[in-house]
Design a protein around this ligand. Structure first.
Ligand SMILES: CC(C)(COP(=O)(O)OP(=O)(O)OC[C@H]1O[C@@H](n2cnc3c(N)ncnc32)[C@H](O)[C@@H]1OP(=O)(O)O)[C@@H](O)C(=O)NCCC(=O)NCCS
Length: 126
């Protein structure tokens, strides 16, 4: 998705938009949402629900369309889908260096929680 290349400028192979979108669509969980203007993707959000927690990923709005409420609408739309699935709590992660975006999520009711985030790659799937 060109939007992600522009907004996030991914460097790691496991975050390659093509790979991420193909894998998400293959799951058929109905939790990838985009905002369109004249057929062009100007916003996106991925959600995930594991039966315990809901997660939000890849929240992005085209630079020319930001600060118009699109990001909030995407988050609320994903929240509604997760709520419908029975989700009781939604988490998200913000990359180091992008802390300013905390204000965006706080405006939507999210609070910063003291957690240490850890991860591990599964090379055979990348
Ligand atoms: C974060 C992002 C999705 C917000 O989208 P948006 O469409 O501009 O958001 P909204 O217009 O719905 O803004 C909602 C509120 O959050 C605030 N806000 C939006 N982006 C913000 C930012 N980057 N930093 C601080 N506050 C922000 C707005 O001022 C607005 O508050 P207001 O209603 O009091 O004016 C968009 O800035 C973006 O794509 N950023 C780059 C990618 C990114 O960092 N994504 C998050 C990954 S965790």
């Amino acid at each position: 998705m060109q939007l992600w290349e522009t907004v996030f400028g991914y460097d790691a192979a496991h975050n390659s938009p093509g790979l991420a979108i193909d894998k998400k669509l293959a799951l058929q969980d109905g939790l990838l949402f985009v905002a369109l203007i004249d057929g062009r993707v100007v916003g996106s959000i991925l959600a995930g629900y594991d039966g315990h927690r809901g997660w939000l990923y890849s929240v992005a709005v085209d630079a020319g369309q930001q600060k118009k409420g699109l990001g909030s609408a995407l988050v609320r739309h994903a929240e509604a889908a997760l709520t419908e699935l029975g989700c009781m709590k939604i988490n998200l992660q913000i990359r180091g260096g992008n802390e300013a975006v905390t204000a965006f999520y706080e405006s939507l009711g999210y609070v910063v929680e003291p957690r240490v985030s850890m991860g591990k790659l599964i090379p055979q799937n990348i």
